[in-house]
Ligand binder design. Structure first.
Ligand SMILES: Nc1c(NC[C@H](O)[C@H](O)[C@H](O)CO)[nH]c(=O)[nH]c1=O
Ligand SMILES: CC(=O)[C@@H](O)COP(=O)(O)O
Length: 160
């Protein structure tokens, strides 16, 4: 189902474990910060809404999405979190760089989920243009950050 056919912010709390005992790391890319800050806001509010404590949400920043893999690895090894949410926004430019950044980031985060026992959630928008990113970070299609937060809670519960 394409994002256009669902709202990313919608969730049923009756199907989600209470997050009160979990500790979450959120790693935020600074590229396209007007988008990534919106994603962070959506993730943070959803975690709190589902019972997480503010003191159990730890944030770090990285320069761009390519650095999310390293930043997430550091969050796993240094902060003893139950799940990590990796937040980025990659927007197509004039060249093939978009393809390499998206692929490397997706593969890197997938690799962390294989190498470590802490789930890392792929909250990286890979859009053709700025409007698509706006629509998915609190716009008409909801907020992928909220979707990622729910995934993080469910995976933290699965991994415990
Ligand atoms: N163009 C975008 C980038 N590019 C930067 C890379 O992620 C990386 O920081 C750089 O290549 C140095 O290693 N990053 C994004 O997150 N979004 C973009 O649209
Ligand atoms: C995703 C990118 O790296 C891209 O936005 C960079 O833009 P360009 O391809 O025009 O150099």
């Amino acid at each position: 189902m394409a994002t256009a056919n669902k709202n990313l912010s919608e969730y049923d709390k009756s199907t989600i474990p209470n997050a009160k005992d979990f500790r979450f790391g959120i790693v935020v890319s600074e590229w396209n910060s007007e988008i990534t800050e919106g994603l962070f806001d959506g993730a943070y509010k959803a975690l709190i809404d589902c019972g997480a404590s503010e003191s159990n949400i730890i944030r770090s920043n990285v320069p761009g999405s390519f650095e999310l893999t390293f930043g997430s690895k550091k969050m796993i090894t240094a902060e003893k979190v139950d799940a990590v949410i990796a937040i980025g926004s990659v927007i197509q430019g004039e060249t093939k760089h978009f393809d390499f950044v998206c692929s490397a980031t997706a593969q890197g985060i997938k690799d962390l989920n294989v190498l470590y026992d802490t789930p890392v959630i792929f909250c990286v928008l890979t859009d053709n243009n700025l409007q698509q990113a706006i629509d998915r970070s609190g716009g008409k299609h909801g907020n992928k950050g909220a979707e990622a937060a729910i995934a993080a809670i469910k995976m933290a519960d699965l991994a415990k």
